[in-house]
Design a protein. Structure first.
Length: 244
């Protein structure tokens, strides 16, 4: 399936990351800048067709007016399974997120905080990929992503490679700020409404909870939880001279 991606940031992430097949780079006529020159050089180096269109042609083809005069025609990103080799570092499994803007925000947070891989359950995000990529400021393309059929697959994999499963789940939980994150682990975060599946809860090595600053009984949204925990991981790694 061919998709249309908009904007300089998305175009740069697509061509630098080489995660998918790219057909065409489209640039508005008479539009010039150092960044556009860089994009043209990347396209030429990787055998990507370059076309120049009028502003009116781009507006008619794009999904929004915020394209900045740059479009990329590319295919859907392949959904890679968990690799045979052992993954290490900070892995994060996200479940229950339906909105592409939220998934983009989560990917941006994970990439910025040094997460080594995002793990998602298989579903068809293809038509939403341009929105996800734009919302993530390109991070969705740069972040290694692996796709699983179900929670049992992840649990089996983590046991095989001997990496602990840490989950955001309130029952019998330790505060995020009192837990020392190991060098390699998988954090699982569910949606605010449904939470995590029983398989992950039953096989977790540690449950974690975020301390609130006041009495408040409602769960935060997934993107907020992900951000709070991810940057606590950054803080701990920096304090122990492990962050790179």
């Amino acid at each position: 399936m061919e998709l249309i991606f908009e904007g300089q940031i998305s175009a740069k992430a697509l061509m630098e990351s080489k995660q998918r097949k790219i057909e065409t780079l489209i640039i508005q006529k008479e539009k010039r800048s150092r960044d556009i020159g860089y994009l043209k050089a990347l396209a030429s180096k990787n055998g990507i067709m370059i076309q120049t269109w009028s502003r009116e042609e781009i507006d008619a083809y794009a999904n929004s007016k915020s394209h900045g005069g740059i479009l990329v025609k590319a295919h859907q990103r392949p959904q890679k399974p968990l690799p045979a080799q052992k993954l290490t570092g900070y892995l994060c499994m996200i479940d229950g997120v339906e909105d592409p803007y939220n998934l983009g925000s989560i990917a941006r947070t994970l990439y910025a905080s040094g997460c080594e891989a995002l793990i998602l359950k298989k579903r068809d995000w293809s038509t939403a990929e341009p929105t996800i990529l734009k919302a993530s400021a390109g991070a969705f393309e740069r972040l290694p992503i692996y796709w699983i059929q179900n929670e049992e697959e992840l649990v089996t994999y983590l046991k095989t490679i001997q990496i602990p499963l840490v989950i955001a789940h309130r029952d019998q939980a330790k505060s995020v700020y009192d837990y020392k994150f190991p060098k390699s682990f998988c954090l699982a975060i569910g949606g605010a409404m449904r939470g995590l599946k029983a398989t992950l809860i039953q096989n977790a090595d540690q449950n974690l909870v975020l301390d609130y600053g006041r009495e408040f009984r409602y769960a935060l949204d997934t993107a907020s939880v992900c951000s709070a925990i991810s940057f606590e991981i950054v803080r701990q790694r920096r304090n122990h001279h492990e962050y790179q």
